[in-house]
Ligand binder design. Structure first.
Ligand SMILES: Cc1ncc(COP(=O)(O)O)c(C=O)c1O
Length: 397
């Protein structure tokens, strides 16, 4: 009998997976995936960019590279992040294999089995899995429409055994769709200052805003660069180029970066050079800006279509957020409603979504539903939302 580690024993597969496998029927409309529509990928642009590279650059794409990232990409990505106001020069940048790897590395850098870490409730499932795989005890603090509950955060900061870090997704949260207010970010900064609790700021969706009006609220906390907080800022090419590249990044203070670089050496030596060469050319050609502008418009169109359908079909007792960007709408159902039962009815009807308990570190609270609109055309959204609404009515009345 093999003797597995304690940390792997703590990992659990979602009970939803089985149900989801029923949902692979070709006719089913999926609001489940948090991935861009295949038809939106810049296939022709990337093909032309690769062709235009000289032989040396093409060869480098097949080769191992330095662990922190290809120097050319570190430079071009550094410029891209500096344009957002991020303090690239006073920190260090690490290219990672998706930002999921950055979360894993940070977990390994800070967490010993049994250590407490703070997240939001609800919380991105990939972060729950990454931190739990290091044996973390996850303490999830609730969010409202402006961000994390500051009173609860103050309580946590004052504990004699404070948590190892706080992880948040302030810009078009996955799954809650929320965008932090500037006030809440300021309160969060004041609470963490001098606390010795580093902040992990996950910004996977910040480029996908729908309105110029919200640009102020999108200023990363990392770019405010407050005194007395170590901020580890993570980002990704997944939603602004393609998740198949498996490329993300971590911008962190030197002392944290050094530990993370060592961990990455042992994890995969380097992120895919091929993807790095493509991402570098994509940034340097300026195509990244025009591409982001075009997908922003498309996601805005899809979000508008879904909100219109929700307004038309959902019962009034379902509360939900009007998305300002990103991929998700979070439905809150009456207390006690079971989203798994609703999902069964929805699958019978021909639509699928992700149940709320997936995003609860305790795996219990299940009176919520995550819908994503990123992967569906308006026609599918108009057909799929009434199926979800009927399933909700069947269960909640
Ligand atoms: C909030 C958030 N962070 C990080 C990731 C990880 O993305 P990737 O590993 O593809 O960069 C995702 C993916 O869906 C996400 O939603």
């Amino acid at each position: 009998m093999p003797r597995f580690s304690t940390s792997v024993s703590a990992l659990r597969s979602s009970a939803i997976r089985e149900l989801m496998s029923l949902a692979s029927r070709p006719d089913i409309i999926s609001f489940a995936g948090g991935m861009p529509g295949n038809e939106l990928f810049p296939v022709d642009e990337v093909e032309a960019l690769f062709k235009s590279l000289d032989l040396k650059a093409k060869q480098a794409a097949f080769q191992y590279g330095p662990t922190p990232g290809l120097p050319s990409l570190l430079e071009s990505l550094g410029g891209f992040l500096e344009r957002k106001g991020l303090p690239v020069k006073s920190n260090r940048l690490l290219i990672t294999t998706g930002s999921q790897q950055a979360l894993n590395i940070l977990g390994r850098a800070f967490v010993d089995p049994g250590d407490r870490v703070l997240t939001e409730y609800p919380c991105f499932i990939g972060a729950i899995a990454a931190f739990r795989s290091c044996g973390a005890e996850i303490v999830a603090l609730p969010v409202d429409e402006e961000g994390i509950d500051i009173a609860r955060l103050v309580e946590e900061v004052r504990r004699p055994d404070p948590a190892k870090f706080l992880y948040i997704t302030p810009y078009f949260h996955n799954p809650a769709g929320l965008l932090y207010s500037s006030l809440r970010k300021r309160q969060l900064i004041e609470t963490l200052q001098g606390s010795d609790i580093p902040l992990i700021e996950d910004d996977a969706y910040g480029d996908l805003w729908f309105s110029e009006e919200d640009r102020d609220r999108l200023q990363p906390i990392k770019s405010i660069d407050p005194e007395g907080i170590d901020i580890c800022y993570t980002g990704s090419f997944s939603k602004i180029l393609g998740p198949g590249l498996r490329l993300g990044w971590l911008l962190a203070p030197e002392s944290i970066w050094e530990k993370c670089e060592l961990i990455k050496q042992s994890a995969d030596a380097c992120s895919p050079s091929f993807s790095q060469v493509i991402a570098d050319a994509f940034i340097r050609s300026g195509k990244i800006d025009s591409y982001i502008a075009s997908v922003r418009q498309e996601y805005k169109r899809r979000a508008a279509c879904m909100t219109e359908a929700l307004r038309k079909h959902l019962p009034d007792y379902v509360k939900w957020n009007e998305p300002k960007g990103g991929f998700y709408i979070w439905l809150t159902l009456p207390e006690g409603a079971d989203a798994t039962v609703i999902l069964k009815h929805a699958i019978e009807g021909g639509a699928v979504f992700v149940t709320g308990s997936t995003f609860d570190p305790d795996g219990t609270r299940n009176n919520s539903i995550r819908l994503s609109y990123c992967n569906n055309n308006p026609e599918e959204i108009e057909r799929g939302i009434p199926i979800v609404a009927n399933a909700i009515r069947k269960v909640c009345g």
